[in-house]
Design a protein around this ligand. Structure first.
Ligand code: SF4
Length: 220
């Protein structure tokens, strides 16, 4: 199967199956999404959704968050990974949002990355989820699933990101991020991918290579 055909089949499948795929993080505005995505680094969305209701109630906007010290924020996020660093990042981000960005979450990936706690992946999530920008955030799921299916052979998240952005139709890039994450979270899981229930075995390089191998072994 040609790479182009694989991409076409991938988009056709998920556009039909999950036309409204979206982030599983709970948020009501760009500020809340930025907070949630910063918190979600090395942590599960489920855990983040457990702490954000109280956090957003106490700090409904950047001003409220910028007024306190990180130790106050720490109390609200102690159950997430790296709470010390993340508390510092959130207060720093809120200050920058207020003073450098006129209290508006920027849409530009480079501008976003100026804020504490916002790396390339977080910036891409914000740009694509809030602004539908053709930005691809490559987390562990996107990296693994894109490589297994055969959408990329990139050896780094940046290489995979570039492959996906180059080959996906531009208008699908922001939603393809969610397709890959959700597929990786529920079907193409890290240790034992659930190929027996997967609906894209016909386009999956990993599945086809494994099948070929099983056939050779059983014939010998
Ligand atoms: S066939 Fe298996 S390896 Fe391929 S995408 Fe589906 S679950 Fe993942």
């Amino acid at each position: 199967m040609l790479k182009k055909e694989r991409y076409q089949a991938f988009v056709a499948h998920f556009a039909a199956k999950q036309p409204d795929a979206e982030t599983e993080l709970h948020y009501n505005n760009p500020f809340q999404l930025l907070v949630a995505v910063i918190l979600s680094a090395q942590c599960t969305d489920k855990r983040i959704n457990q702490v954000t209701p109280a956090l957003f109630q106490r700090f409904p906007n950047a001003k409220a968050l910028a007024e306190v010290t990180p130790d106050i924020v720490f109390d609200y996020i102690r159950s997430v990974s790296y709470p010390n660093n993340k508390a510092k990042h959130l207060v720093g981000m809120a200050n920058m949002l207020l003073h450098d960005f006129n209290n508006e979450v920027p849409s530009d990936v480079k501008e976003l990355q100026k804020m504490p706690g916002v790396g390339r992946k977080t910036a891409n999530v914000i740009a694509s989820v809030i602004y539908n920008a053709p930005a691809m955030a490559v987390d562990t799921h996107v990296y693994r699933v894109a490589r297994r299916i055969g959408l990329s052979t990139g050896k780094t998240p940046l290489a995979v990101e570039k492959d996906l952005v180059k080959n996906l139709p531009q208008h699908t890039i922001h939603i393809a991020h969610h397709w890959l994450i959700l597929h990786g979270r529920y079907v193409c899981v890290a240790r034992s991918p659930k190929c027996n229930v997967c609906e894209i075995t016909n386009i999956c390089k990993y599945f086809q290579q494994n099948n070929k191998l099983t056939k050779i072994i059983s014939e010998n």
